[in-house]
Design a protein around this ligand. Sequence first.
Ligand code: 5GP
Length: 303
Amino acid sequence: MSDPRSVPDVDRAAASRKAIAARRARAALKRDVATRVITPQELLRRAEADPASPAGTMRVTEFLTAIPAIGAGKRDRILAELAISPVKRVGGLGARQRVALKDFLDQRLPEPQARSGLSRLIVLAGPTAVGKGTVADRIRTDHPEIHLSVSATTRAPRPGEIDGVHYRFVDDAEFDRLIAAGELLEHATVHNRYRYGTPRGPIDAALADGRTVLLEIDLQGARQVREAEPSATLVFLLPPSWDELVQRLVGRGTEDEEERARRLRTAKVELASQSEFDYRVVNADVATAARQVVESVQAPARP
Ligand code: 5GP
């Protein structure tokens, strides 16, 4: 018979597995903050909603250093200024401390706010492999009334891609001609390789018909559209987490190792630009994300 006062081995093993899982979940969450997949304010909201969650059990010190541009020195000054003990966990902050921390973050790292007076021209952008194409396909199926722009590209078709439906596949000479003739609303070289551009004519025609238009393009293109059409509705598609984005990139299996590394670097830079966008939509479920993208042109601006 074992000593009844000792913790049975199975319980100890289970507890240690639980502790490891919790640590992993916190580490993943820190990656999400570091790569800007979630805002620090979002982590605060999750911690408040559930103090036992990975967000709630994270130490404030870990939380602050996960934020881009906050190192150990800055972290300690912030904690001293806000009178927060470094041993505190985010979910264990007092009400006043929580408000002070949120105010501090809102001042230094304001969350994006929707603008008013946006037009029916939706630009859907987001980091590589986040699923923009899948969400756009879903919108094509669920909302035939929405005009999906067909981009011109110099890359070769992938299996299953149809010329004129997914892209207009053109050679370099034809792409040069489109630019010279002023036929592209925007164009960019994506991932340092192929050129992509949005033909202007079909968009103008669809907008004139009163239709909503969707452009699924990269970040450089989104910026050019904002310049050309400041009222365009810019929607940024986010992955549910950084780890999920990496998984999707690896899982797709269409790129080699070097290309994957390049795309991940690009994704980090792209995530850092989300504050330029009017709306952020998390692509956890394709149908929901598609609906939220479409609703972005109907939604009243947030205060
Ligand atoms: P893919 O080659 O995987 O279809 O697309 C690569 C990237 O090019 C994606 O990020 C996609 O959003 C972007 N892209 C597709 N069409 C356009 C376009 O017309 N303009 C710009 N700037 N980017 C595009």
